[in-house]
Design a protein around this ligand. Structure first.
Ligand SMILES: [Zn+2]
Length: 260
């Protein structure tokens, strides 16, 4: 693992966490700055958009010249932020999950810093519902097609996952930059639908925070009433903000402790 990790610009250090029934086991720290160099930004973005193969060098996305296509265009919104885009570093904890019953046995990743979760980014396009029993916080990176990651026993499986995660971090960077510039985040390429529904929000989003719809106004003055009646009609009472924060903090703090 250590040698193959060099492509990702970090020596992966594995730790064990025993507090969680499911998430006990091997964790790796991914220390990456996925932002491509200026001259390759366009090509990497359109490459992700069109599902062409992207490569990695020292934790940075690089353009794979064989798949070049100069005619690709970038959306107007993303065009607005390209010249301001500065490299952003991510510290990502990756759990080498081998339990078939948990996300079909694929590696699970959380960004430790910056923290990507619904308390910081309630309008993030594909936050996941936290799993209280398993101790999985709300914001993890995963794929709907884990089979493409290869076999459990193969080191390539983890490498494929690391590539996916590096792309994910960069796509988040673009999303955050457009969100800052035009108040609405743009996600590059295909995305899985979020598992968090509007009727979940009254249980974990403070009514004084910005609404999850991206309007930029306070939740209580925006979608709150509608969400709340929706939740009532569905009898949704399973989300406990405090419990979710507790889980997040315990996972994140434990990882931070180990990775420092
Ligand atoms: Zn709203």
């Amino acid at each position: 693992m250590n040698s193959t990790c060099n492509r990702f610009g970090s020596t992966c250090k594995s730790v064990w966490i025993n507090n969680f029934r499911i998430l006990s086991g091997e964790w790796y720290l991914l220390d990456i700055t996925p932002t491509p160099v200026k001259s390759e930004l366009r090509q990497v973005i359109t490459g992700i958009e069109n599902e062409r193969e992207i490569a990695i060098e020292d934790g940075r996305l690089i353009f794979n010249k064989q798949c070049s296509n100069d005619s690709d265009e970038i959306s107007e919104e993303i065009e607005l932020i390209l010249e301001y885009l500065k490299p952003v570093s991510y510290k990502i904890a990756v759990f080498n999950n081998r339990n078939q019953n948990v996300l079909r046995g694929q590696p699970i990743a959380f960004s430790i810093s910056p923290k990507i979760d619904f308390l910081n980014f309630p309008d993030h396009p594909h936050l996941n519902t936290p799993n209280v029993q398993m101790g999985i916080p709300a914001s993890f990176c995963y794929t709907d097609s884990p089979n493409m990651l290869g076999e459990f026993t193969s080191g390539d499986r983890m490498l494929d996952a690391l590539l996916l995660i590096t792309e994910w971090a960069f796509r988040h960077q673009i999303w955050q930059a457009t969100r800052k510039k035009i108040n609405r985040g743009c996600w590059v390429g295909k995305q899985l639908p979020t598992s968090i529904q509007n009727y979940h929000y009254p249980h974990f989003l403070d009514s004084n925070e910005k609404c999850h719809c991206g309007s930029g106004i306070k939740y209580k003055k925006c979608c709150y009433q509608r969400d709340k009646s929706d939740a009532l009609s569905k009898g949704i009472v399973t989300f406990d903000r405090r419990r979710i924060i507790e889980i997040e903090n315990s996972v994140f703090n434990k990882l931070r402790e180990h990775f420092q």
